[in-house]
Ligand binder design. Sequence first.
Ligand code: RBF
Ligand code: MG
Length: 318
Amino acid sequence: MNVVRDIADLSPKIDRGTSITIGNFDGVHIGHQALINKVIEKSRENGLKSVVVTFDPHPLRIILGETPPFITTTEQKLDLISELEPDYIVCLQFNKDMAKMSAEDFVYHYLVQGLCVQELVIGHDYAFGKDRRGDINLLRRLGEDYNFHVHQVDPIYRDGDVVSSTRIRKMIQNGQVWQVRPLLNRFFQIIGNVVKGQKRGGPLLGVPTANLKLRDELFPKTGVYAVWVDYEHDIYPGVANVGYNPTFDMHELSVEVHLFDFNADIYGRKIRVYFVQRLRDEKKFSGFEELLTQIKRDIIRGQEILKNPEASLEMHLT
Ligand code: RBF
Ligand code: MG
């Protein structure tokens, strides 16, 4: 992956100039994907390198402190952007000093001097720099001063509304993992390492589960889901429970996955969970007999859902 944290490392490689987009890209949704594809297109037309500039942490975390949970961790955001194959991703550390920087200074220092910008592609609602003064009008003026072109990309609509990180975040929090797929062009996913659970799943219930050490900030609404799990580049079908295990009076959010017909030891290993379809709410059962009866039904429904070609992981939508 061509991720650069310090623009000085790039200067020798961009002597012919760059086509750039800049943004936070939380979720790397289809609107972001369109921007990045446009940058790549402009770079090819003009013999430039394509560069995606983004920040870590998300600027709002520094500016506001308190923020909504982000859809993607920085690690995942960079992975997803690099799948679109820009030449370089510049991930700038965002801190209080950068928050104080005027839009003019940012453009001059980073984009003009640092990255030799020739083509700048930005989203319909993007503004940056102190007090968000770096909007389309300012950028167009700076483009005239420093000789770069500015292209603003139209918003993308799905089901009558603009695709935005805020909309996607709400859908996931409502459990609408199936409906969010066309907005992301993939299933919503989380990653985590498998850790020891309460030792109830296998021994007590006969339904072994992989318990995740969570790293993400955003999780689907508590409940049970049909999922695909990526473990060492193989894909396995399963069902996951997101919740607090009320039957056992637990108090911390947990995500556990039961994989169908799978019994390898995966403790400590990293897995990726793709949420395909929501099955039901999490419930407090009167005992584990009742819970087990329900889990067996969940497994049958999960298997049926995942057999459907529309639920396949590889299917591309846009
Ligand atoms: N725990 C609950 O307390 N209520 C549930 O509705 C519930 N549903 C589950 C569904 C599935 C498919 C799985 C794998 C687990 C579920 N659990 C539920 C979690 C269960 O309590 C947990 O797997 C065992 O306690 C073992 O850790
Ligand atoms: Mg377990």
